[in-house]
Design a protein around this ligand. Structure first.
Ligand SMILES: Cc1cc2nc3c(=O)[nH]c(=O)nc-3n(C[C@H](O)[C@H](O)[C@H](O)COP(=O)(O)OP(=O)(O)OC[C@H]3O[C@@H](n4cnc5c(N)ncnc54)[C@H](O)[C@@H]3O)c2cc1C
Length: 417
């Protein structure tokens, strides 16, 4: 069977690698000209995503990925802060976690290597239709086209393929705008290194300002101790942070800025919302070239609303169908699980029965998408609630109370696991 995959991001490359390994004829088209020119942040892959990936790529690729990844089991519990730096609570014990964090660039590069010559870069797809033999056909900006037995839209949030199938966009802005950046741990004062620790933290405050700080150490905390296999772009303990604000004309204007100007403007926004100065050091000392904006798009959290089309020879996966804000760290994992599931549904299926197999795959994908969207939207709604007329004063009043209760209940936990 000949499969055309539109989009060589996380899900499309995972599918391409799996189909190629399974003996299918596959070609993956991406508009990018360089797979490493992708976001500088990290991706969390949970055990389900890793198991799916294990079934799609060769054992050596999996070992290289784990040797390049930071193991959550080696991290301390996550901490939740308020805008003044007061501890509000702790996340679960991670010592038995099988999840890993990996640079997005590393993950995409390893997957692209697994797809090899079947990945075609610099090829932006402009549409999909049906050729004279009734087969699906994708078209490119230069007027050329390619037919296949199956077309899979893995072209992300603003998918051309899924929008064609759904006769409209499959997601909409979630109401939050995000900015990410990287700060080497060594760039922080000793006190701030101690406060942030070897863990991920989430800070919230009134008016929808939030700051996630993820800890990535693929060398010291490697998931697989095999430095000779590592392809990590992060070479020392690093905080990768995400600043979030409700979308407004003022926060949208930040998207026009880059580098040091954007970093300064972000600090100003947090100061305006009365964040304690030490909580902002991680932004103030970030590599200015790493600071970038990203928009949160979200599809519906209801499975019945996802992939609203009849199954056929054109389908889609990942963010193209269930665009997921990064607030649960599950979007890429879901795209990989879609890819594994689709590959399994196509295995050994006679060509004539492909639409039925796609129907079964899409049913499972709808449920998977709804699950990750529900998890991600909980945090989005919480952040937006702190921006409401009641939510803003309530957040300011409740934060010190929750912090006081946390101090009384968990006096010893701040320092360690
Ligand atoms: C800051 C941030 C942090 C995140 N953290 C996590 C995390 O920790 N864990 C997690 O699981 N998820 C995370 N996510 C979400 C995750 O990145 C996405 O859910 C995931 O990448 C979706 O994979 P995908 O393959 O569906 O789409 P993408 O990875 O977005 O890939 C889509 C690809 O399609 C290509 N493309 C688009 N249009 C065309 C076209 N017309 N023609 C050809 N090519 C096209 C694009 O160039 C791109 O390469 C994060 C996202 C952000 C922004």
């Amino acid at each position: 069977m000949r499969v055309v995959v539109v989009g060589g991001g996380i899900g499309g490359l995972a599918l391409g690698a799996g189909l190629r390994a399974g003996g299918h004829e596959v070609v993956v088209f991406d508009r990018d000209t360089d797979v490493a020119a992708t976001g500088g942040y990290h991706i969390t892959l949970d055990e389900r995503a890793l198991a799916a990936l294990d079934g799609l790529v060769a054992a050596r690729t999996m070992r290289r990925l784990l040797a390049s990844a930071s193991a959550l089991r080696l991290r301390e519990r996550d901490v939740f802060w308020d805008y003044r730096g007061r501890v509000l609570g702790y996340g679960p014990d991670l010592s038995a976690s099988g999840s890993v964090d990996v640079d997005r660039i590393t993950l995409r590069t390893l997957l692209a290597e697994a797809v090899g010559e079947d990945l075609r870069l610099g090829r932006a797809v402009t549409g999909v239709d049906t050729d004279q033999d009734g087969r699906p056909r994708v078209g490119f900006g230069d007027g050329t086209s390619v037919s296949a037995d199956l077309v899979v839209g893995a072209d992300g949030t603003h998918s051309v393929i899924a929008a064609h199938l759904a006769a409209g966009p499959t997601s909409r802005p979630a109401g939050i705008i995000g900015f990410s950046g990287r700060t080497p741990r060594a760039a922080l004062t000793a006190a701030e290194q101690q406060r942030l620790g070897a863990r991920s933290t989430m800070g919230i405050g009134p008016r929808g300002a939030a700051l996630y700080v993820g800890f990535l150490d693929p060398v010291g905390n490697a998931a697989l101790d095999a430095p000779e296999l590592s392809a990590s772009v992060t070479t020392g303990p690093t905080y990768i942070w995400g600043a979030m604000f409700p979308e407004s004309a003022r926060t949208a204007a930040l998207r026009e800025l880059t580098g040091p100007a954007l970093r300064t403007a972000l600090l100003d926004r947090f100061r305006h919302h009365r964040w304690a100065e030490h909580t902002l050091q991680v932004i103030a000392r970030a590599d200015p070239d790493s600071v970038a904006a990203f928009r949160f798009n979200a599809a519906s959290t209801r499975a019945a609303d996802l992939a609203p089309w009849a199954a056929g020879r054109v389908t889609a996966l990942g963010d193209a169908v269930h665009a997921t804000p990064p607030t649960a760290g599950m979007g890429a994992g879901a795209a990989i699980r879609d890819a594994a599931d689709l590959r399994d549904h196509l295995d050994g299926v006679p060509e004539a029965l492909v639409p039925e197999a796609i129907g079964r795959y899409e049913e499972r994908m709808r449920r998977r998408g709804a699950e990750v969207l529900t998890a991600a939207m909980k945090t989005v709604r919480l952040i937006l609630a702190t921006d409401s007329p009641l939510g803003a004063p309530a957040t300011a009043a409740l934060c010190p109370l929750i912090a006081a209760v946390t101090r009384l209940r968990l006096p010893a936990r701040g320092a360690g696991r």
